[in-house]
Design a protein around this ligand. Structure first.
Ligand SMILES: [Zn+2]
Ligand SMILES: [Zn+2]
Length: 370
């Protein structure tokens, strides 16, 4: 396997961090402490960028490690070997600080260990002695964790495990949306389906919140800002990271009575004549009704079911023997609602288009006028 060393520019951190130096007495091995989610390599880079920000927030010039090795067996440049490190007091100017990107109960992958062995040769060719120490040889710390420190003691850097399959992302179904549960967290630099689903959910919560890139599956600056904005509105910590707290709030925001869904502007080419505006009393009544989606329960759902039945679209499996609605927004109610919306050409309040099976203000208005 050829050794791959990514530059600071590729990783996305500054290419000059800290003072010039020339550590050449040996290597000091570290781990991350907390476990690192193992996903596509773009995420490894994002993890290094977040370590860089974290170290800066502690008043350092930036990331303290000289080099890092991810579970893919790629070496990512931190400060690089022409700088004094900030990884272990007493060793910073003499030893190359190398972080194995793992923590908790994670053990190094075979690729990670193979890359480390090749990196030792690469360093030796640049005048760095092969003399491996662990962070705990210098300071009072658990770092680099027992599995790695056992290797420091034995000098055995062979073996290692497979990189486990990426963790499965789980979702809550909210109407047509699949809302990521926030475990694993989503944050800047990540890409793929979980990110796209988060973006779709955010754009449903507030249409237009991703004006430039939309739901493109890339967690960039625009998505980070959107998450921050959501966190601000919901009064939770504004870190721009979509974790379990943000996920719970987003699910709640999309499920519960929607305080102010901004309806998308009516497209000009829409051939339907604009309905007459509702009288004030009706407007007021409609605004006080919650937005309901599949999964909702309670008296408002019962009212929705009764109105659908009265309009000629009785929800299946939703009424007891006495003809009373059960107040549970299940599949039968969703199907009946969708049919009603399409037949009456009801504009969707939340998602744009028609027939979204969500009872928002336009649906309520159509049902009450009916
Ligand atoms: Zn350490
Ligand atoms: Zn990687």
């Amino acid at each position: 396997m050829a050794l791959v060393i990514e530059s600071a520019a590729t990783v996305g951190i500054p290419s000059s961090i800290g003072s010039s130096g020339r550590p050449r007495s040996g290597e000091t091995v570290h781990f991350n402490g907390g476990p690192l989610v193992r996903l596509a390599h773009t995420t490894c880079r994002a993890q290094v960028r977040s370590m860089h920000s974290y170290h800066r927030s502690r008043g350092w010039a930036g990331i303290g490690y000289h080099l890092l090795i991810c579970h893919h067996g790629v070496v990512l440049t931190g400060r690089g070997i022409r700088k004094i490190g900030a990884h272990a007091p007493g060793a910073n100017s003499t030893h190359v600080g190398i972080q194995f990107m793992l923590g908790g109960s994670q053990t190094p992958t075979a690729k990670q260990l193979a890359a480390f062995v090749e990196l030792l040769a690469w360093l030796a060719a640049r005048g760095v002695r092969t003399s491996i120490t662990g962070h705990r040889d210098w300071n009072s710390t658990d770092c680099p964790g027992e599995p790695l420190y056992a290797r420091v003691r034995s000098g055995d850097w062979g073996g290692g495990g497979e990189s486990p399959a990426p963790p499965a992302f789980e979702y809550w179904e909210v109407g047509d949306l699949k809302v990521p549960t926030g475990d694993p967290a989503l944050y800047r630099g990540m890409t793929g389906t979980p990110v796209r689903r988060l973006q779709e959910a955010l754009a449903t919560w507030r249409p237009g919140i991703l004006p430039e890139y939309g739901a493109d599956g890339r967690f960039g600056g625009e998505t980070e800002e959107a998450v921050r904005e959501f966190q601000r509105v919901r009064g939770i910590s504004r870190d721009g990271v979509y974790g379990t707290e943000s996920a719970g709030e987003l699910r709640r925001a999309l499920t519960e009575a929607d305080p102010a869904p901004v309806p998308p502007p009516r497209p000009p080419e829409d051939p339907d004549p604009a309905p007459a505006p509702p009288p004030d009393w009706l407007e007021e009544a409609i605004m006080s009704l919650p937005t309901l989606r599949q999964g909702a329960t309670g008296p408002a759902v019962g009212k929705l079911q009764a109105l659908l039945a009265a309009a000629g679209y009785p929800p299946a499996n939703s009424f007891n023997g006495r003809g009373e609605p059960d107040g549970r927004f299940g599949a039968g109610t969703a199907v009946a609602l969708g049919r009603f919306q399409v037949a009456r050409r009801v504009r969707n309040s939340v998602t744009g288009g028609r027939g979204d099976q969500i009872a928002g203000r336009h649906t309520w208005e159509a049902l009450i006028r009916d």
